[in-house]
Design a protein around this ligand. Structure first.
Ligand code: ZN
Ligand code: ZN
Length: 310
């Protein structure tokens, strides 16, 4: 009896150690240097980009990437980004919308229990408070259709929601993880990667043909995840990488999510790794490009907030 108990105890300890090890640092091998010029862009003078913070989830660095510390508490940003462009404004993701509390009822109990969050003002209300003319909003462009990116869709009824064909299929058949996007009754419209390679990504979609807003495929986290490159008239460039990584160290230290998180959150962890390495190569060659993971407050800190109503 004693021996059996001892063996069971040792097995539990071994399992716990094995699980703990999946949180340890394990940098991906450095990618080959990127041999590409900075793509040309001629953004119009009145193009601008603003962050719309809609809340936070309370996490730690260990939750986000291998090698992150459990004691390194981080509030993950939940935000939308407004891109002002004379051809039509875009909202990139929506953050947490007005209906987030009831929407979360669509998610499993364990998910709600494991997702402590604090709401801020929804993007639609921030735009209204700033006196924003909704007629300017041309479309919502999703980095991917997870709950925290699509929660605000019902706050923009009638606005087209741009997704890739793969992501639209994922919305339709993704199970609980896309239940909120599915429930939004949104006007989904598909776009294709009709442009050539871009900074090491195999294809691209240049939204207005001026190089200011360029979308590239970055599948893995979800089947139709994308990365959006923005180039401002000032020459400042952003890479909105969605949930390819949750914190910048995922790219700067080439650390994927820990096993538990990538098993729960990523459709194709190998594809995520490929895209982390593509972004790491871009960061090495063009360190001035501001990398903004969808949940890293440090990325959004480098983006202005919406000015108040005049
Ligand atoms: Zn996600
Ligand atoms: Zn997310």
């Amino acid at each position: 009896m004693k021996k059996t108990l001892l063996a069971a105890g040792l097995a539990v300890v071994a399992l716990a150690l094995a699980l703990l090890h999946t949180f340890a640092a394990a940098p991906l091998p450095a990618p080959a240097p990127l041999d590409a010029a900075l793509p040309p862009a001629s953004p119009p003078d009145d193009m601008a980009v603003f962050q719309l913070p809609t809340g936070v989830t309370h996490r730690s660095a260990a939750f986000a990437y291998r090698g992150g510390a459990f004691g390194d508490q981080r509030d993950f940003a939940m935000a939308a980004v407004l891109v002002r462009h004379p051809r039509g404004d875009l909202l990139i993701d929506t953050g947490l919308g007005r209906g987030i509390e009831t929407q979360l009822d669509l998610m499993p109990f364990w998910f709600r229990a494991a997702t402590p969050y604090t709401r801020a003002r929804p993007a639609a209300d921030q735009l209204a408070a700033a006196g924003y003319d909704r007629a300017r909003l041309h479309a919502i462009l999703l980095t991917h259709a997870h709950w925290d990116h699509s929660s605000g869709l019902p706050d923009f009824p009638g606005t087209p929601v741009w997704v890739t064909a793969d992501e639209r299929r994922f919305v339709a058949d993704g199970g609980w993880i896309t239940a909120i996007a599915r429930s939004a009754d949104a006007r989904y419209e598909e776009y294709a990667f009709d442009g050539g390679p871009y900074l090491g990504f195999p294809a691209s979609h240049d939204v207005y043909g001026d190089g200011s807003i360029v979308v590239v495929p970055a599948p893995g986290h979800t089947p139709g995840s994308v990365i959006i490159f923005l180039t401002l008239p000032s020459g400042i460039r952003y890479a909105l990488v969605g949930d390819l990584v949750w914190q910048r160290e995922g790219i700067s230290q080439r650390e994927e999510r820990p096993w538990l998180q990538r098993t729960l959150a990523d459709r194709d962890p190998a594809a995520v790794r490929d895209n982390i390495l593509r972004m790491a190569a871009i960061a090495a060659r063009f360190p001035d490009i501001i990398i903004v993971p969808a949940h890293d407050a440090r990325g959004f800190a480098e983006m202005p907030t919406l000015p108040p109503a005049p």
